[in-house]
Design a protein around this ligand. Structure first.
Ligand code: NAP
Length: 502
């Protein structure tokens, strides 16, 4: 087994007792991994090795390349607080601009020197007080701290539809876009009408010969107030960093006080959002029958609210067809719906979402006394404050289960989680601790209070089904204001943790 160059393990009990650098492994070099590397370095924790399965940084923004890919959170906020960019081209950036931003931050902060690219991790085993990390190729390394930065939505969910494999044309998931296929002159089918599908449909409708959109459930949608930034405005942003910071906080405040409030029981905000969505539908879709098909029968914000202005005009086109009969099967020629119709297709796009319960899985993670993470979760991932798990000491998660996700910037959440982990490392250092893990009682009390609070959210009461809901049928989300979460991350309560000396 190998160890980090900087660490001398000879005779040392553990890093904090021997006043050495902790050897930190980070799994994943997406947005969270980059935030962790930069902030840990800034806090003086520099012995960091990042294991990245692919050959580039970027995570979800590297993997998703579908037409129309953009971020429905304004970029002035969807940015690292330590690297506010002046010259975004649009208020809502396109995917390639965000990927370029992540790569430039990685470059500017000399992040790549920490990363082992093309090195997926197979297993993590806690061998008190260290973690043994095994890569897919069988190499083994020892670390003091492990941080999972694998993101939430990275395992494509393929629909369980009979005959999926038998389709004779080109078929691919939205996160595995096949750019070799020219859509011009083709009959293209898109299964799904979530945030991804809406962006795709808006982008490809003009190019395809005919576009068939298979809708199982209509989604609530507000328009995206997109603008292209003027060069003079961006020059001003470059000259005045406080202006960039003001813009960051402006969007953060607006979004946290609107969308997030609506989901956690603010009836006024809920009503405003519903009204805005209905007006969008009324204004953008002239055909009353089509409008009816596009009108959801559950509460707005129950599923993730879609922010998109291109979808309604695209489905209103004469060469686009919204199919609302459920899919019975897929055949070599196309999709057969329950009314018996066969919808012939050349290309089939599966915009059917992701497995939202995997997080770091299928990497096997084994904690104290052989505790197995997958068995522990059993399809219903739970964590303490979304970052830690009892019996898994010194194992931290960024964007872990039951955290605040939704219509706001996950970068802000991640940065606060990194700060929280740094507080834990500082505590280990000052108290010479071998390990920290949440107390089972704290974890259970926290999750119980979440379970009660979730009953007041629209995710629970809104009458929909979504990826927010796990195998237990309960939304796997933070049920209070994200601002409360950010505050808690800034003020760790160490009494919730076992502070382990040996
Ligand atoms: P999603 O929200 O889970 O939507 C999947 C779609 O596929 C739904 O319309 C679903 O129908 C449909 N579907 C799944 N299985 C099906 C089946 N067997 N038959 C028919 N339809 C089926 O996935 P997504 O659109 O990829 O979005 C996932 C998340 O990614 C979003 O919630 C968001 O967090 C993130 N995202 C963000 C942005 C952004 O701009 N920030 C953009 C894209 C995605 P039902 O609705 O009936 O389940």
């Amino acid at each position: 087994m190998q160890t980090s160059n900087q660490h001398d393990t000879q005779g040392a009990a553990h890093w904090a007792a021997s006043q050495q650098q902790p050897r930190i492994a980070i799994i994943g070099a997406g947005m969270s991994g980059i935030a962790a590397i930069v902030k840990l370095n800034q806090a003086g924790y520099t012995d960091i090795t990042v294991y990245e399965k692919s050959s580039r940084v970027g995570g979800t923004w590297r993997e998703n390349t579908y037409p129309g890919l953009s971020c429905d959170i304004p970029s002035r906020w969807y940015s690292f607080s330590f690297a506010l960019k002046a010259d975004w081209s649009h208020r809502y950036s396109y995917g390639h601009d965000i990927q370029a931003y992540l790569e430039s931050v990685a470059q500017d902060f000399d992040v790549n020197r920490h990363i082992r690219f093309n090195t997926p991790v197979r297993a993590l085993v806690y061998e008190k007080p260290h973690w043994r990390l095994t890569t897919h190729s069988g190499e083994e390394f020892e670390f003091d701290i492990v941080i999972s930065a694998t993101g939430v939505l990275h395992h494509p969910a393929y629909p369980a539809i009979d005959g999926l494999e038998s389709f004779a044309g080109a078929r691919f998931h939205s996160a595995r876009w096949n750019h070799d296929i020219d859509l011009a002159g083709k009959r293209v089918g898109v299964i799904g009408t979530g945030s991804t599908a809406c962006q795709i449909v808006g982008a490809i409708a003009e190019e395809t010969e005919e576009l068939l959109v298979f809708q199982r459930t209509p989604h609530w949608m507000i328009p995206m107030p997109q603008i292209e930034y003027r060069k003079t405005w961006n020059r001003l942003m470059a000259l005045l960093p406080p202006l960039r910071r003001m813009a960051y906080h402006f969007y953060k405040r607006i979004i946290l006080h609107t969308f997030s409030e609506a989901t956690i029981g603010n009836a006024r905000m809920q009503k405003l959002i519903t009204r805005a969505c209905l007006k969008h539908l009324q204004d953008a879709v002239p055909d009353a029958q089509l409008r009816e098909k596009l009108t959801p029968d559950y509460a707005a914000t129950c599923k993730r609210l879609i922010v998109c202005s291109d979808y309604y005009p695209a489905v209103s086109r004469p060469d686009t067809h919204l199919i609302t009969d459920n899919i019975r099967s897929i055949e070599s020629e196309g999709v057969r719906t329950v009314d018996g119709a066969l919808h012939k297709l050349d290309v089939l796009v599966l915009a059917t979402g992701f497995d939202a319960s995997a997080f770091i899985l299928p990497t096997t993670v084994t904690g104290e006394n052989g505790a197995d993470l997958e068995q522990r979760w059993q399809g219903s991932p739970r964590a303490h404050r979304a970052v830690a798990i009892p019996d898994f000491p010194n194992f931290w998660m960024l964007e872990g289960p039951t955290g605040p996700v939704g219509n706001f910037s996950l970068i802000t959440i991640t940065e606060h989680q990194v700060d929280y982990i740094i507080s834990m490392l500082d505590k280990m250092k000052s108290d010479h601790l071998a390990a920290i893990a949440p107390k089972r009682a704290s974890f259970e009390a926290y999750n119980q209070s979440m379970g009660e609070a979730i009953k007041h959210t629209t995710w629970y009461t809104g009458g929909c089904d979504s990826w927010y809901i796990d195998d237990s049928g309960i939304p796997n989300l933070y049920p209070w204001s994200p601002l409360r979460y950010l505050k808690d991350m800034r003020n760790p309560d160490f009494s919730e943790y076992r502070l382990i000396h040996q």
